[in-house]
Design a protein around this ligand. Structure first.
Ligand SMILES: *Cc1c(COP(=O)(O)O)cnc(C)c1O
Length: 803
């Protein structure tokens, strides 16, 4: 027993307050009268962190002692957001911590809001990885998250005259007390160089240059503090910090240059969420973290095991998208070159250990690397990839060309991940089905048992319990708090949908959230909002397939209609947008400008008497989502059917009682099943219909001609009605809609308009709306990421959760 000291859990707010004061004094080094808000936040964080450490050690010790199978979740992105409040709630000290801090004269919310939002991801994929970390700890699965400790996460967005402007994010400018640097854990990661043949299948790779991967660990406590896993992020460090001889020759900048170059590998997150980056730096990032993670997990495996053939019984590696797919070649390389295995034996072991999650059906979005680039950056891996491809061909002599890993001078990482994995999964039922029929149809035919579905989920700890205390308390009062770890318990709310008292409670909780959000938005220049208006929210990455454009076109059409019929009984609506566009994605940035321009026009129109507002707070991130989602009445999930793999925003909204307007896409299909078609607003073309439209080259003219509202809005956009100073500004958008409407915005407009008017009507029937809202919450059990993780454990990893 190595553990000798544990901080005792405070019994009451006074004890916790004294722990906070202790840290303020002795860790932060500030007296109370000089302490800033950040000082208080750090002191509180240290006091809470102290309570997480002993259970963390305990989990690590138990996982060695029990020798259960370990899961390694490799993800280029972890969109974890703030950690303090979640940790406080997970260890069950939420109320006590608030009391302690307020007893010390500090505002709880303001202190929590001081924490930087760790945005080490772009959107859904990274947030999924973060929810999975929480769930793997909560269900007691021994697991590690592995990723990159970017110095700069996703850029900070602001608007200048309605245009998106990007600035570097500086989340590490403040102390980050959640992480522990493990100075003893460092791996040398090489690039380039030469390969000389060795014995048998082995070779000797002498890299041309190298960086060090340095480990930083963050504890991830599960609910109730029963199990705590580790998120290990890698930071790139130079082998030598400084070239003294160059310095002595007066080359002061040059003396530090090699070090700076090495560090660029973990400098920034690529801010693009769906388009792959064919850049050398990106490939190096991917190899850097995959290789460090694999060496680290092999080291851990070898502590207690000598027999490498046990690897698939003790280790499951999940590749989150193709970003870590180079890990397939790396694991095989390690087994051959470092452990003397034959290629065939190494391949079999690797294929028993690795699993791959696909996140996109767009073939152009699956990563590909040029043969020449791979040859120059990872020459040994290229050889191994060639061996894998040859072996696959030998085993499947009739395989079609699309299943090749290397083709036309490119390495297809999707095929490498598929062929090198034991299980390949899609992230919603529809997505998995389409995967079998489209991107991986031919590989699926060769390997019919490999693809499985694991529908995404979100953690109900962060996405109900912590972000929506009003709703949490209401639910706890009626059915207890078992739902926090067993979300199917929410089914018990279904009968309460018919109870007026419960509906009133829902109404009150929602209204309080809306008041709070209105104040927050007012502080950000949104003006006064009516908390009794319908809050209609679309927050997600700005992408053409997500169709924010459809939403803003409908908004402009509604504005036209309201001006034409001012006396009609229009319900008040607040249209809320949030989301960032990739810096190089010109069309998405133009759509942001369009939303802001149309919004400015509408918001200035006094004839509407405030019945329609458009707000677009800048810099959407996890903590903004935590404020917006609990206050939403309507959730916009209107992607072109067949293009959103799952969505997880859709789940967060329904859990918080918002009704969904959506297409039959991604997990919307399963949400409809769970809540019943009468409690969700589904419209538009199905995936098959979209496919059929495109097959014949979709022509938007008939749709535009058939709908005068749509025709008018497009003309207004083209004539400069929303951009009088620059009438040609949005010509490109008009042109896209008329001639290259790949995302079939025009084909779905009429149906979208019609369903929005049905929603206007439904909104007026308050009791019925609340009933639907209650049923949405009650049906959300299956969208807990605990369920996803249990599915992975059973169907993919063959790993056991805690008793
Ligand atoms: C949940 C979440 C996402 C994913 O949203 P989708 O609507 O599924 O695209 C993206 N960003 C943040 C900050 C999130 O919390």
């Amino acid at each position: 027993m190595s553990f000798t000291h544990a901080v005792t859990r405070p019994e009451n707010a006074d004890e916790l307050a004294s722990a906070i004061l202790g840290h303020l004094t002795y860790t932060i080094g500030k007296p109370t009268d000089a302490a800033t808000r950040s000082d208080w936040r750090l002191a509180l964080t240290h006091a809470i962190r102290d309570l997480v450490i002993a259970p963390w050690f305990d989990s690590v010790r138990r996982s060695y002692a029990e020798d259960r199978k370990r899961v390694y979740y490799l993800s280029m992105e972890f969109l974890i957001g703030r950690l303090l409040e979640d940790a406080v709630d997970n260890i069950g000290l939420g109320d006590m911590a608030r009391d302690a801090l307020e007893g010390l004269g500090q505002d709880w919310r303001e202190v929590l809001d001081d924490e930087p939002d760790a945005a080490l991801g772009n959107g859904g994929l990274g947030r999924l990885a973060a929810c999975f970390l929480d769930s793997m700890s909560t269900v007691g699965l021994p697991a590690h998250g592995y990723g990159i400790r970017y110095d700069h996460g996703l850029f900070r967005q602001s608007f200048h005259d309605g245009w998106q402007v990007e600035e570097a994010e500086e989340w590490l400018r403040q102390a980050h007390p959640w992480e522990f640097q493990r100075r003893e854990v460092q791996y040398r990661i090489g690039f380039g160089g030469t390969v000389t043949p060795g014995e048998g299948d082995a070779a000797h790779w002498e890299p041309g240059d190298a960086v060090l991967a340095a480990a930083y660990d963050t504890p991830v406590p599960g609910w109730g503090g029963k199990w705590t896993n580790t998120l290990r992020l890698w930071s790139a460090k130079p082998e030598r910090l400084f070239e003294l001889d160059r310095f002595n020759q007066g080359d002061f900048v040059g003396a530090a240059a090699p070090a700076i170059l090495a560090q660029t590998i973990s400098r920034v997150l690529y801010p693009d969420d769906t388009t792959p980056q064919g850049k050398e730096l990106r490939l190096k990032q991917e190899y850097f973290f995959s290789a460090a993670s694999i060496r680290d997990l092999m080291r851990r495996f070898l502590i207690d095991h000598e027999d490498l053939s046990q690897l698939p019984d003790k280790v499951a590696i999940q590749l989150n998208d193709t970003h870590p797919a180079i890990g397939v070649a790396e694991l095989i390389r390690v087994l051959i070159d470092d452990h003397g295995m034959s290629f065939d034996a190494a391949f079999e072991l690797a294929r028993g250990t690795l699993h791959y999650t696909n996140h996109t059906l767009m073939p152009e979005a699956l990563e590909r690397w040029g043969w020449d680039l791979m040859q120059s950056v990872l020459p040994r891996h290229l050889q191994i990839i060639e061996m894998i491809d040859r072996r696959h061909e030998a085993e499947n002599p009739d395989r079609p060309d699309v299943t090749r890993i290397i083709d036309h001078g490119e390495i297809r990482m999707g095929n490498l991940a598929f062929i090198g994995s034991c299980r390949v999964n899609g992230v919603s039922a529809l997505h998995t089905d389409l995967m079998k029929r489209t991107v991986f149809a031919d590989l699926h035919a060769l390997h019919p048992d490999r693809i499985v579905n694991v529908t995404n989920g979100v953690t109900p700890r962060r996405w109900i319990n912590t972000c929506n205390p009003g709703l949490r308390n209401l639910i706890n009062d009626r059915i207890g708090d078992g739902w926090v770890t067993d979300l199917d318990e929410l089914e018990k709310l279904r009968p309460l949908a018919d109870e007026a008292g419960f509906r009133e409670g829902l109404d009150a909780a929602k209204r309080a959230n809306k008041v709070r959000l209105s104040n927050w938005l007012a502080d950000r220049g949104a003006g006064t909002l009516d908390p009794d208006a319908l809050f209609d929210v679309q927050i997600k990455r700005l992408h053409e397939y997500k169709r924010q454009l459809l939403n803003i076109l409908e908004t402009a059409a509604l504005w036209n209609e309201m001006r034409e019929h001012p006396d009609r009984d229009w319900p008040s609506r607040v249209k809320i947008f949030g989301g960032k566009a990739a810096p190089g994605y010109a069309q998405a940035k133009l759509i942001i400008k369009l939303i802001n321009d149309i919004g400015a026009k509408i918001n200035a129109d006094e004839s509407l008497r405030g019945r329609l507002k458009v707000v677009y707070p800048a810099n959407y991130n996890v903590s903004m989502a935590e404020k917006l989602i609990p206050a939403a009445d309507l959730s916009e999930q209107i992607s072109t059917a067949g293009m959103e793999a799952s969505g997880t925003g859709n789940m967060k909204f329904s859990m918080n009682g918002a009704l969904t307007v959506g297409t039959l896409d991604g997990a919307n299909v399963e949400i409809r099943e769970a809540v019943g078609p009468e409690n969700i607003f589904i419209f538009g073309k199905t995936a098959d219909e979209v496919h059929a439209l495109r097959e014949h080259g979709y022509d938007s003219r008939p749709a535009i001609e058939a709908d005068p509202r749509l025709a008018r809005v497009i003309s207004q956009i083209e004539s400069g009605e929303f951009s009088p100073g620059d009438p040609d500004r949005f010509k490109g958008i008009g042109d896209t809609l008329r001639h290259h409407d790949w995302f079939v915005v025009t084909a779905d407009f009429s149906a979208y308009w019609a369903i929005q008017r049905r929603i206007d009507d439904a909104w007026k029937h308050r009791e019925d709306w609340l009933r639907k809202s209650a049923i949405n919450i009650a049906g959300m059990g299956r969208f807990s990421s605990d369920r996803s993780i249990r599915n992975y454990a059973e169907r993919v990893w063959q790993a056991e959760t805690m008793e």
